[in-house]
Structures are given as structure tokens and as C-alpha cells.
Design a protein around this ligand. Structure first.
Ligand code: FE
Length: 218
């Protein structure tokens, strides 16, 4: 059992298969599926009971899938270093790998897309004076990205979330957020959007979150 950060309400962990309904496209999940002993964490994974609003229908295929919805950027965005790993010595929290693709609405990989990530630490605090838990990177020739980080902590009024900006070359920036299935405060967060739930799994006792961003390319 993977125990996430202790919060009132305890931890409930359930396992299921990759056939669980999911919202985002996550074409990249074939890579996760192939790993040995993958244990997918169901919607009740993260700190308390999931709500009905966390359930959703799978799109079935990525072709023609709607673009990733935008969200607020908040007040904590800052410049960030180019890097794929924001974990530093002494950082506490549940380790998390986030990975996926940047795709066009016609399901073509977008190479060279810039992705900025920023997030709160496990206690719900942002580093507003430095660059901790901030990064940017560019998708590779197959449209792939990956980030080594920790599970962001909730803070007053907000459930666990990762802030993201995605910009394909020559295109407008998509500002959005990613959420985690079953997180305790999802149903109390006015910004929570089930279309932005990551596909969460435990691989070799490590959390792996998948999400494919879908952009309109003009
Ligand atoms: Fe935030």
C-alpha cells in the first residue's frame, strides 16, 4: 500500500486495471502499461473517498479529442529553469513522475512544445522567491515530456494540483492545471475540472501520473 501524506480522513487505497474510465486522452499510457507489476490506483486512492464527480467516460481514441481546457494561472507563476527533475535534497513528499504527450487535436505529436510546470510543496506552499518546484522543458521529436517531482499539497481553498503552461511553436499558450483522482478536496475546489484528471498508477512503489495535452494548432 502506498500511503500518501497524512491528512484527516485517512488513506484509502484501491487497485484496479488500466481499464478504469479516464478523462484525458493519454495516448502515452502504452508505455506505462508495458511495465511490470503496474498497480493502478483507483479514484479512491488519494486521501479519502472519491466522489461521483471523479468518474467519467473514456474517450476511446485520441483522434479528434477536444483540446485540453484552460484554467487560471494563479499568482505564483515565475520564470523557471530548464529541467526535467525538480526534486532536490531534503525535499519531502510523495515522489511523482508525470509524463505524457503534447498532441494536436488531430492526434499528431507536437515536438518542441514548451511546457512550464509550477506547484506547491507537500505542505501547500509555493517558492515565490526562488525556483523550487518550478521548471520548463520542451517535448521531444515524438511529442513526449516527463517530469520528476512530488505530489503537490493542497492549500486553503484548493485541492492538489499542478500548474502548467503549454505552448507549441508559434502558437498561443495554454494555461491549465492538472488534478489527481480521489484527492480529498476535489469536490470542494471551485476550479476542479475532471477533464484535467491525470491517469494515476503505482509503478515499482512510485506514483506515475499520465496526461496528454491536446492543443489546437493553427
Ligand atoms: Fe496553485
Amino acid at each position: 500500500m502506498l500511503r500518501l501524506i497524512g491528512r484527516p480522513g485517512g488513506t484509502s487505497v484501491a487497485t484496479t486495471s488500466f481499464n478504469q474510465p479516464r478523462q484525458n486522452v493519454y495516448c502515452f499510457n502504452a508505455g506505462v502499461d508495458s511495465r511490470a507489476k503496474v498497480v493502478v490506483l483507483a479514484a479512491t486512492l488519494v486521501l479519502g473517498a472519491a466522489t461521483a464527480s471523479d468518474s467519467h467516460s473514456a474517450p476511446g481514441a485520441c483522434a479528434g479529442f477536444p483540446q485540453t481546457p484552460g484554467q487560471i494561472g494563479g499568482i505564483h507563476y515565475r520564470r523557471s529553469p530548464l529541467r526535467h527533475d525538480v526534486v532536490f535534497a531534503g525535499l519531502t513528499g510523495t515522489r511523482l513522475t508525470l509524463e505524457g504527450l503534447v498532441l494536436s487535436t488531430s492526434c499528431k505529436p507536437v515536438k518542441g512544445a514548451r511546457i512550464d510546470f509550477w506547484q506547491a510543496d507537500t505542505n501547500g506552499h509555493y517558492d515565490d522567491t526562488g525556483t523550487r518546484l518550478r521548471s520548463h522543458q520542451f517535448t521531444d521529436s515524438r511529442g513526449r515530456y516527463h517530469l520528476e517531482t512530488i505530489l503537490p499539497g493542497p492549500y486553503p481553498g484548493r485541492t492538489r494540483h499542478l500548474h502548467v503552461k503549454v505552448r507549441a511553436p508559434g502558437q498561443q499558450t495554454l494555461t491549465t492545471e492538472l488534478y489527481f483522482p480521489g484527492a480529498l478536496y476535489n469536490d470542494r475546489d471551485p476550479y476542479f475540472d475532471k477533464r484535467l484528471l491525470v491517469h494515476l498508477a503505482e509503478v515499482h512503489k512510485k506514483l506515475v501520473a499520465g496526461f496528454d495535452f491536446v492543443l489546437v494548432i493553427h
